[in-house]
Design a binder for this molecule. Structure first.
Ligand code: ADP
Ligand code: MG
Length: 193
């Protein structure tokens, strides 16, 4: 089983990915994330921190390159070995953040068309204003995408993508961690009892 958790900054992806990982204890499973911890991931994080001046299209190409390695080195091998793979962000991030940056949607979709599709994609739906408040205190400083107007466009893009993908579940992430987690468990349980 391959599960992706996605959504705007501060939606609760990392929190929920960890809760789901714990919930699936007993089975073979891994929790992974994008951008990855590789050198490519490091360039991306430099850019996100505002230290690297790249145009936004170049940036999305780097995210896709990072994903290509992630799929090849982690996701596909682990799925083949029978693991459940949970990823904290996946190709939906490139498409939604890319669209919010004014990049052509079809081009973004095409760039990501050769990657394996998750069995379940969970989109955490929340008002970006509330989500940004949650991450206000994050200690590493503000990242370049963490602006309200931008995050609103990212949010709208995630909603719009529902018509392009199967098994794409939009859930209310404004609720408590426990309630959000219960919604996710229900979806995962229904599809993979
Ligand atoms: P993301 O990975 O989507 O950016 P995080 O999981 O890091 O989001 O959560 C951002 C912040 O919000 C964290 O401080 C986390 O503890 C808090 N948080 C996560 N889920 C909830 C929730 N359902 N309600 C309130 N706060 C939450
Ligand atoms: Mg996170």
């Amino acid at each position: 089983m391959f599960i992706a958790i996605d959504g705007v900054d501060g939606a609760g992806k990392t929190t929920q990915a960890e809760l789901l990982f714990k919930r699936l204890k007993g089975g073979k499973r891994i929790l992974t994330r994008e951008p990855t911890k590789t050198d490519m991931g490091a360039i991306i994080r430099d850019f996100l921190a505002g230290h690297e001046d790249l145009n936004l299209r170049t940036m999305q190409l780097l995210f896709v390159a990072d994903r290509s390695e992630h799929v090849d080195k982690v996701i596909e091998p682990k799925l083949k070995e029978g693991y459940t793979v949970i990823t904290d962000r996946y190709l939906f991030s490139t498409i939604a953040y890319g669209m919010a940056s004014g990049i052509d949607k079809e081009w973004l979709i095409a760039l990501n068309s050769k990657f394996p599709m998750p069995d379940i994609t969970i989109i955490l739906d929340i008002d970006p204003k509330v989500a940004l408040k949650r991450v206000d205190g994050r200690k590493n400083g503000k990242e370049i995408f963490e602006e309200l107007e931008f995050q609103k466009r990212v949010h709208d893009a995630y909603m719009e993508l529902k018509s392009s993908y199967k098994n794409y579940f939009i859930i209310d992430a404004s609720k408590s961690e426990k309630e959000v987690s219960e919604q996710i468990n229900r979806i995962v349980g229904k599809h993979y009892p």
